[in-house]
Design a protein around this ligand. Structure first.
Ligand SMILES: Nc1ncnc2c1ncn2[C@@H]1O[C@H](COP(=O)(O)OP(=O)(O)OP(=O)(O)O)[C@@H](O)[C@H]1O
Length: 312
């Protein structure tokens, strides 16, 4: 079988529904939003628009310019002169093998770590060197979903308390357009509904949820304050293959319905190909290839991209 067929088959093989979640309540949630939704697995109008405008991003929601980060004592930079931009409603994929610098890049974007040089333009402002009170209003604009939801959620907090936390910390001054804060309970219900979880889960602790449900809670937290950009750092790596497909479908539906932009980070080329309109390939801290997702199998791909394809 040709490699391209194998990859397409792998992309399709994780297009499954998980049984441990509430039935498609996201449909009801999406019906309440102003933006057109897509059905999972098919490219929506907004996907096509994002794709066609991707290379001419006049006003990207995130523009990263020449970002570098070298850890003390390291022989080479973990992130080496990386530049890219993401358009509104677009999913930009970032693929590369373990240790190439994907998570370091993510942490720099979130300002969990400081880059040594370069800029991170978010909402028209370079946040790379802002700190304290000056950085605070910009934190709402970029959120992250980590690989391990168990580590990301405070085990001592009920789901409801975890979900309300970003709003209480960062969101109260924000103008929410999709979620309405009429009361704490109503807001939490909307968030759970958006990620297709039953309202009863609000009173549970993280250890009383499945792995897939826990990851849905971290996704709900990340989108709760309607950020411009969500960095998805291997968001399905800790899940079984059935839950992986369902969570990827959910993420696509949320992107199109809320107009979110994603940086989707993974070592899994099939998942990146399935999720993204454009793809960047990272190796040893550098972006070595970038292309529209539809051009993954084009002859001009970098030798390293072809190597990644051949692994599948
Ligand atoms: N806190 C740290 N201190 C020193 N070196 C680090 C630190 N974090 C990461 N590194 C190094 O930086 C490089 C990039 O690591 P990073 O975790 O960003 O890669 P990755 O592509 O996200 O890997 P994975 O997919 O396995 O998570 C590696 O060589 C790693 O050993």
């Amino acid at each position: 079988m040709k490699i391209s067929d194998r990859l397409k088959r792998m992309s399709g093989s994780i297009r499954l529904r998980t049984p441990d979640i509430a039935p498609a309540s996201v449909g009801r949630f999406l019906a309440n939003t102003a933006v057109t939704s897509s059905t999972s697995g098919t490219e929506s109008t907004s996907d096509a628009a994002a794709s066609s405008t991707a290379e001419t991003l006049d006003s990207p929601v995130l523009a990263v310019e020449r970002l570098s980060r070298t850890y003390a004592g390291a022989e080479r930079p973990a992130v080496d002169d990386v530049s890219f931009s993401i358009g509104r409603g677009e999913c930009l994929g970032l693929v590369g093998e373990s240790g190439c610098g994907k998570s370091t890049l993510a942490r720099c974007l979130l300002r969990i770590e400081d880059a040594d040089s370069g800029s991170i333009i978010l909402g028209g402002q370079d946040i790379a060197r802002l700190n304290g009170r000056k950085l605070r209003p910009h934190r709402r604009r970029i959120q992250i979903v980590f690989q391990n939801p168990t580590a990301a959620l405070n085990p001592k907090l009920k789901v409801s308390d975890s979900l309300i936390d970003p709003y209480e910390q960062l969101g109260q001054d924000a103008k929410l357009t999709h979620f309405a804060y009429t009361s704490r309970d109503a807001y939490i219900r909307q968030l759970l509904e958006a990620v297709e979880l039953p309202a009863e889960l609000a009173s549970r602790y993280p250890h009383e949820l499945s792995g897939g449900q826990r990851q849905r809670v971290t996704i709900a937290r990340a989108i709760s304050i309607e950020p411009d950009v969500v960095v998805l750092d291997e968001p399905t790596a800790s899940l079984d293959v059935i839950s992986q497909g369902a969570v990827l479908d959910l993420l696509t539906n949320l992107r199109t319905s809320l107009g979110l932009s994603y940086l989707f980070i993974s070592h899994d080329l099939a998942a990146v190909h399935r999720m993204s309109q454009r793809i960047m390939v990272m190796r040893e801290g550098e972006i070595v290839d970038r292309f529209d997702a539809g051009d993954l199998f084009a002859e001009e791909r970098h030798a390293y991209t072809k190597e990644l394809i051949s692994i599948f």
